[in-house]
Design a protein around this ligand. Structure first.
Ligand code: COA
Length: 261
């Protein structure tokens, strides 16, 4: 394979043998995702959608960390205010992407690092993967239609544990719930995702896309509707005292104090 071509320094994009690989590459900040990175990811998905040379997409991080979720400094300083914000553009793009998407997840997958997986077709995880959706702990609410898709996937009790308590869950739990397909040693996850993507890239594109469309059809309207509703609440809650306290506490490396709220 050739060296990855940077679309943007924190997101690498590489096309080889019909597979577009997007690598979240901001290790110094635990692969947390900024507005510019969401834009790069949304643009890459848009071009993958329209490029007939792309048959499948792989999204991967590093073998120690998939993503620490949204950049919390961005949440404080430039919160996504409208439906056109890069994060919402990325979420609409991934949730309606018509070709197969495979994710390779190792280490922590926080917030959108977990919820984006609900829109992937195949997910391979390192045995060090730790999934979490700590929106409540940050004074927020779910995004990416996770308030719908997590309940559908896990059942209400386990979704409530994941979304109300916001505690991490392991690769074994994720496998048992059906969030991921397989657990492998962290050093093997990206290679497995590539092998599976190459298999898909060798199949008839029209059949892949029609099959995906049919499988997703029952959820598509509800996903779009819930994502829009979550987005309105999320955008409002980003500006409210609980979230401001949670973000300030993270930046100041202290525990949040919600006692006065
Ligand atoms: N946004 C911005 N910066 C982040 C970040 C985020 N979501 N997550 C981590 N970082 C930064 C830290 O501030 C730190 O920066 P510094 O070296 O300049 O101080 C650096 O990345 C390393 O993070 P650290 O917390 O020391 O790493 P860790 O290995 O101890 O823990 C995590 C890794 C992912 C468990 C932890 O960083 C974490 O919980 N991050 C926040 C996750 C979160 O709440 N995301 C929002 C979801 S909606």
């Amino acid at each position: 394979m050739q060296d990855p071509t940077p679309v943007f320094t924190d997101v690498l994009s590489h096309l080889d043998a019909g597979v577009m690989t997007l690598t979240i590459n901001r290790l110094g900040k635990k692969n947390s995702i900024t507005g510019a990175m969401y834009s790069a990811l949304a643009d890459a998905l848009d071009s993958a959608n329209h490029d007939p040379a792309v048959h499948a997409v792989v999204i991967q991080g590093h073998e120690t960390i998939f993503s620490a979720g949204n950049d919390i400094g961005d949440f404080l300083n430039q919160p996504p205010a409208t439906a056109d914000a890069p994060v919402f553009r990325f979420l609409r793009g991934i949730s309606s992407f018509p070709k197969p998407i495979i994710a390779s997840v190792c280490g922590p997958a926080v917030g959108i690092g977990t919820t984006l997986l609900l829109h992937c077709d195949l997910v391979y995880a390192g045995d060090n993967a730790a999934f979490s959706m700590p929106f409540v702990n940050l004074g927020l609410c779910p995004e990416a239609a996770s308030s719908f898709l997590a309940v559908q996937l896990m059942g209400y009790p386990r979704a409530a544990e994941a979304l109300l308590l916001g505690e991490p869950f392991s690769a074994e739990s994720a496998l048992e719930m059906g969030l991921i397909n397989r657990i492998v040693p962290p050093g093997e996850a990206n290679a497995l995702a590539q092998r599976q993507a190459l298999k898909l890239a060798g199949k008839p594109m029209t059949s892949l896309m029609e099959t995906k469309r049919l499988m997703k059809k029952g959820n598509a309207g509800m996903v779009a509707e819930r994502m829009a509703e979550e987005g309105v609440s999320f955008g409002r809650m980003l500006q409210e005292p609980a979230a401001r306290e949670a973000f300030s506490a993270f930046m100041e490396k202290r525990r949040p104090d919600f006692s006065a709220l």
